[in-house]
Structure formats: C-alpha cells, structure tokens
Design a protein around this ligand. Sequence first.
Ligand SMILES: Nc1ncnc2c1ncn2[C@@H]1O[C@H](COP(=O)(O)OP(=O)(O)OP(=O)(O)O)[C@@H](O)[C@H]1O
Ligand SMILES: [Mg+2]
Length: 253
Amino acid sequence: MPDVILYTKDLSKAFGGLIAVNQVSLEVKKKFITMLIGPNGSGKTTLINLITGVYKPDGGKVFFNEREITGLLPHEVFRLGVARTFQIPQPFRKLTVLENLLAAYPNNPGEGFFSALRRGRWMEDEEEAVKKAFRILALLKLDNLWDQEASKLSGGQMKLLEIGRALMADAKLLVMDEPVAGVNPTLAHEIFKTLRELRDKLGITLFLVEHRLDIALQYTDYVYVMANGSIISGGEPKQVMMDPQVIEAYLGG
Ligand SMILES: Nc1ncnc2c1ncn2[C@@H]1O[C@H](COP(=O)(O)OP(=O)(O)OP(=O)(O)O)[C@@H](O)[C@H]1O
Ligand SMILES: [Mg+2]
C-alpha cells in the first residue's frame, strides 16, 4: 500500500464498561486531507489518542509508513514523523514565536540554545534551525510575529504556531483535533487554506477531527464517520453526507 501513510486494524479501547473505540480499521492516504467526523462522544479523540500513543489499545494495530507503531510512546511516534495537535494549543507561552519553533527542532541541543549567546559549537546548527524556522513562519504568515511572546498570540495564531512546531520537527503526518474550534469563520477558512497549501508545498498528510463541517468539508479529500465507537461510513464528502446512516447518526442524537 505505497499510497497509504497510516492505517489501523481492528483498533479497540474501552473505559470500564464503555467501548469508546470498537474494532476500527481505517486508512489515511498520503498527501490527502482526511477528516474524521461524528457526534459528541463517538470516540474520535480516543481514536487519535490510540494512533498517537497517548493511550495503549486493548486490541488491534496501528501502522505508519508500513511500520507497526502500536503501543509506542507519544514521543516515539512523534520522532517517526507523526505530530499531534490538541483541541487547546499548548505552546511554551513565555517563549517567543521563533523560540517555540526552535524548541521543536529535532537537533535542538537543549538548554542555552534559545539564548543563542553561547556561540561556538552549536553555531552552524543554530543557523540552520533559524533559517528553517523562518521558512516555516513565512508559509504560515507568522514571520512578522517572530519576536512576539506566544501568550500574546490570538487563538488562531496559536493554532498556526502549533502547526509550525510540528513542521519544524519534520512531521510527515499531522493529526489534529479540532483545528478550527473556537476560531471565527474567516480565520477558520484561512487556517484550512494554509493547511491545504502546506500539503501542496511540503507534501505532508493531514488527518483531522472536526465538528465545523460547513467549513471543513470543502477542504477535505476523504471523510470517515464515527458513531458509538465504530466507523459507519467513509468516502468523498458529498457522497458521505448523503449516506442515510450518517444523517441518522447526526439527527438521531
Ligand atoms: N479517559 C477517559 N475515561 C473514561 N471515559 C472516557 C475517557 N475518554 C473518553 N471517554 C469516553 O469515551 C467516549 C468517547 O469519547 P471521545 O472523547 O473519544 O469522543 P469524541 O468523539 O472525541 O467527542 P467530542 O466530539 O465531544 O470531542 C465518551 O463516552 C467519553 O465519555
Ligand atoms: Mg473529541
């Protein structure tokens, strides 16, 4: 399956007696924008927690780039190229935009890197990192804010910063939980356009959970629908939104 970057096989997770994710098998195609939708509590966040190592599954498997990653820890999954963003962005609030990116650089030599006063051994690495950071900030249109403290950014800018940190770490697959939650419609469209541009320019793959279907579906190549822990439908957005089972899941409550 050379065109598939990630797939799950019969992935399951229960919390006590509640089966949150029930034998889910799905595929994410390379360079696609794939969306996971479904009513509240249907298991979407739990599923991406299983994929990104936050939870260990009770059963089933996860494969990334043909390699089994089931049960790996979040930082191990991250190092392989799967970056996760959260419903609420978690930047280093006291660091600047640029410093936040530098902290995500894989060769980041650690303490003292940001202060950049300690020239010498790390200089070449630092220069490379700073250049890379500015390339990414330009793509995200955050370059004019490079010196801004992260805590002063708007909600939408924080989401972009989080994406920037993932790109800085060379993520091949971005897994995002509700990237435009709480963002106004104009900015939400901007964020989706930016994501599509990143896909086109950098060749990354996106796997997103989103509730804002009116906005998100027009940027989506493929949709999976979850209800009560199971995948009930999958396909192109237009087709899926006409599926009686999907309509029932949303209206049935
Ligand atoms: N850590 C946990 N402990 C116990 N139950 C949990 C836990 N996490 C999730 N659940 C339950 O598992 C089910 C699926 O939750 P999940 O958060 O995955 O849904 P979701 O589709 O992401 O919902 P939303 O759209 O509201 O974000 C829910 O019934 C939820 O209450
Ligand atoms: Mg959720």
